[in-house]
Design a protein around this ligand. Structure first.
Ligand code: HEC
Length: 153
């Protein structure tokens, strides 16, 4: 019995310590770098989807890898922009933090656009899938970047 209690206390204590370390280590520059790398990975999946949908590569069987990755990554966008990560080497506009409701809406719209695109993929019509891909890009990446990302060069 006492061993179990000891285990439980140790477990709770370790978690508290780790939680504290984590918040002490909040480093906005690392968060911004992580966020940009994350977005670059989003771009990688998006480019690969395009190459597959346009028939430039013979990897139709990879389509779901990229789609489900985007689905999971889109679900995390909001968490990539914590308070205090709004200065320095970022191209995010202040609107992300000044207009959080609008930013949340842009994320919700992007996730919905992905669902719509996935439905087009599932129907299996190649021409319509290409058109749906263009629409997906405009109403997810394009639309959010227009309001929330500064132009680079
Ligand atoms: C809901 C908003 C939102 C959506 C949706 C979104 N992005 Fe972004 N993206 C941003 C913001 C904001 C930044 C700027 C981040 C920064 O500089 O801190 C960014 C940055 C980027 C960058 C630059 C990364 C760097 O190294 O500076 C790329 C590339 C990118 N996004 C690609 C995409 C692609 C491709 C999609 C669609 C498949 C997409 N994004 C969807 C908001 C979004």
């Amino acid at each position: 019995m006492s061993k179990i209690l000891l285990f439980v206390f140790t477990f709770i204590f370790t978690n508290v310590v780790f939680a504290q370390n984590f918040s002490m280590d909040f480093n906005p520059e690392m968060v911004i770098k992580y966020r940009k790398d994350f977005m670059t990975a989003v771009k990688g999946h998006n480019n690969d989807i395009k190459a597959i949908v346009y028939g430039a590569v013979p990897f139709d069987n990879h389509l779901n890898i990229h789609l489900s990755s985007l689905e999971q990554m889109f679900a995390e966008i909001e968490s990539l922009f914590p308070e205090g990560s709004d200065f320095g080497e970022t191209n995010a506009k202040n609107a992300v933090w000044e207009n959080p409701e609008k930013f949340k809406k842009a994320i919700a719209d992007a996730r919905q656009a992905l669902v719509t695109f996935q439905q087009a993929v599932a129907r299996g019509d190649k021409a319509k899938t290409k058109a749906a891909f263009k629409k997906f890009g405009r109403s997810s990446c394009g639309s959010c970047h227009k309001s929330f990302k500064k132009k680079q060069n």
